[in-house]
Design a protein around this ligand. Structure first.
Ligand code: SF4
Length: 415
């Protein structure tokens, strides 16, 4: 949206004080995300801003948002963001604009302009949008539609454009990256995509959301043999117990979790494994939870995210019996995180004494301390590397790691 607006001659700024129109790209995945989105909207309305609401809340609650928020001048759905210039123009003429396709089908490609700041070393690259699965707890297919993949040629072209702009890390995103290509080619083509991206001059290529069942031998081979593809696997496992996975409508996963993780560790001994789990799904018993606790202890993931189950209207799980009380959900989440802390610390401590590449992303204006990430950390969700020394923002430098805690690493740049 920013790329299109800049191309059309509009100025963009991250400071809403400067803006005539504020675009709020909302999330509607779970209750907590909606609350955050609503709070942002209310704060902007209090500041008398003209608001354009985009993203999943716009898709979900188009009419309610316009009714409740007089400051909203437009609502733009998840498959309509490419219409942003026309939306702003109509809003400027005084229209209240609703552009929400009931079934989102659009996906941007390499011809859509991007807006980037020059010091950003990382770029997200969407390879597919939407999802054909129907996990019982998940509203995403309803908000984003079924999967549609971009062609390998389109993705590689965009990756080359980003490389030319000095990008050091590309993060491939979609709802299930291991299913990339199924809709377009009739079969998953992630391995072929990774091989093709291996030809692009980008030091790090990271994938988000690898389904364990989609990590076929040819995908593992592509990770092994493509030097710029990071052996970083973000596996959204959600749970370990077969009963809970069946209730979540992910029945295929329960039988295979342990074996697949062991196979991955054998094939990619250097792999950094991240997973996200849900606790407190309706009907989750103490025994189910113990199973999950032992699973986490056994597999020693490098990084772990735990969510408490959030019932979402419009999903099959919304009406399931045997809800787990909120306090029990929280206690289970805390117990899992406690078990994980020494594991994460141990995994981080393995880096002490090593020299690792760090992508420098921030500089503390007071202390001059540099902050970046090594390959074992994805942006936003994992830890950081605090670096002593000098380096340019957006550059990648070798760093001697001298310390570690549960989340972060510490070291000095080697010049
Ligand atoms: S949880 Fe992931 S795989 Fe399941 S329906 Fe949602 S987006 Fe699709």
């Amino acid at each position: 949206m920013l790329g299109l607006l800049v191309q059309a001659g509009y100025g963009v700024d991250a400071d809403e004080e400067q803006a005539d129109y504020v675009i709020v790209n909302t999330c509607s995945f779970i209750e907590a995300a909606r609350e955050e989105s609503v709070q942002t909207l209310v704060d902007l309305a209090d500041a008398d801003k003209k608001i354009i609401i985009t993203g999943c809340m716009a898709q979900h609650f188009q009419t309610e948002l316009l009714e409740e928020l007089p400051e909203a001048v437009a609502v733009v759905g998840t498959g309509d963001y490419h219409k942003i210039v026309e939306v702003v123009r109509r809003a400027e003429q005084g229209d209240r604009v609703v552009e929400v396709s009931p079934e989102p089908t659009y996906i941007a490609d390499e011809t859509v302009p991007r807006y980037r700041t020059t010091t950003e070393g990382v770029a997200y690259l969407r390879v597919a949008e939407g999802c054909n699965y129907r996990c019982a707890f998940c509203i995403i297919p309803h908000l984003r539609g079924n999967q549609r993949s971009r062609s390998i040629e389109s993705i590689v072209t965009e990756a080359r454009q980003l490389a030319d702009q000095g990008v050091q890390e590309i993060i491939l995103i979609s709802q299930i990256t291991t299913n990339y290509g199924v809709d377009l080619y009739g079969e998953p083509r992630l391995a072929e995509l990774l091989h093709a991206l291996g030809q692009v001059n980008i030091p790090w290529i990271r994938m988000h959301y690898a389904y364990p069942t989609g990590l076929a031998p040819k995908v593992i081979e592509a990770i092994q043999t493509t030097p710029n593809v990071l052996p970083y696997l973000d596996l959204p496992l959600q749970h370990s117990h077969p009963d809970v996975l069946r209730a979540m409508n992910r029945p295929w996963q329960g039988r295979v979790n342990d074996e697949i993780i062991e196979n991955l560790k054998t094939a990619l001994p250097e792999a950094v494994l991240r997973t996200t789990l849900i606790v407190g799904f309706p009907g989750e018993t103490n025994a189910h939870f113990e199973h999950l606790l032992n699973f986490v202890k056994r597999h020693k993931f490098d990084h772990l995210g735990v969510f408490t189950y959030s019932p979402e209207e419009g999903t099959p799980a919304y009406d399931l019996p045997n809800p787990v009380p909120e306090a029990v959900k929280q206690a289970r989440r805390d117990a899992l995180m406690q078990v994980q802390q020494p594991i994460s610390l141990g995994q981080n401590q393995k880096s002490i004494g090593q020299v690792v590449s760090v992508l420098i992303e921030q500089e503390n204006p007071q202390t001059g301390q540099l902050i970046g990430r090594s390959a074992r950390f994805a942006p936003e969700v994992d830890g950081l590397v605090y670096v002593q020394g000098q380096a340019r923002l957006g550059s990648m430098v070798p760093v001697q790691i001298t310390g570690a805690d549960v989340y972060d690493l510490y070291g000095h740049a080697i010049v």
